[in-house]
Design a binder for this molecule. Structure first.
Ligand code: IMP
Length: 194
């Protein structure tokens, strides 16, 4: 089975990525004994995903991938965006959600989840793949599945929030599914050429 190192210790993300990329063996930072902090000081999802994947490819000497993702709320000018994980002072899912709802102050807004997968090879080659999933913000949390902003991210066509979907349902439509699909397609085409 093909092996990839994923530059993440976020258990939720790791689970989703493992289940979407089920024909790969995914190693995480724990598996390669990487314990340092990676400073994500980019201003775009692409920059931050590349910072993480580049750090880990250089550390391991192997091919690495990373996911940088977040919620972009239309009425908030795209915030929290790349700051999604650390939007509130407390940096917890509950407080981050509270801050988004406080800033919206009862106004309905469209929103999208974005996931960018970066692929960095030991020879320094770099590629990024972006996936987006569109929905709306609702004002009370619904559902217990998923993580992060899932309980307030509502998909009108399903009449459900992401947190009300099963993992299989979320993984079949999510931003992460879409970025990983582009990534897999790229690897397939690359392998066919060689
Ligand atoms: P990152 O680890 O810097 O990419 O931060 C990602 C953050 O964006 C997470 O901590 C969540 O707050 C949010 N996020 C990303 N993907 C999802 C998702 O699928 N559902 C809910 N929140 C997400």
């Amino acid at each position: 089975m093909k092996k990839l190192i994923l530059a993440s210790n976020n258990e939720h993300k790791v689970e989703e990525i493992k289940s979407i990329l089920d024909d790969y063996t995914i190693l995480t930072l724990k598996d390669i004994n990487f314990n340092q902090e990676i400073i994500e000081d980019g201003t775009t999802f692409e920059e931050n995903a590349l910072i993480k994947a580049r750090t880990i490819s250089q550390f391991s000497g192997k091919t690495a991938i990373a996911d940088d993702s977040g919620l972009s709320v239309e009425l908030l000018g795209g915030r929290p965006g790349v700051y999604s994980a650390r939007y509130s002072k407390e940096q917890t899912d509950d407080k981050n959600i509270e801050k988004v709802l406080f800033e919206l102050n009862g106004k309905k807004s469209k929103a999208k989840f974005v996931s960018v997968i970066a692929l960095v090879k030991p020879d320094g080659t770099e590629n990024t793949f972006r996936g987006e999933c569109h929905g709306e913000i609702i004002f009370e949390k619904r559902g217990n599945n998923g993580f992060g902003y899932d309980p307030i991210f509502y998909v009108p066509t399903l009449n459900k929030t992401f947190a009300e979907l099963t993992p299989e349902q979320k993984n079949s439509i999510s931003h992460r599914k879409q970025s990983l699909e582009k990534f897999s397609q790229f690897l397939k085409e690359e392998n066919n050429e060689n």
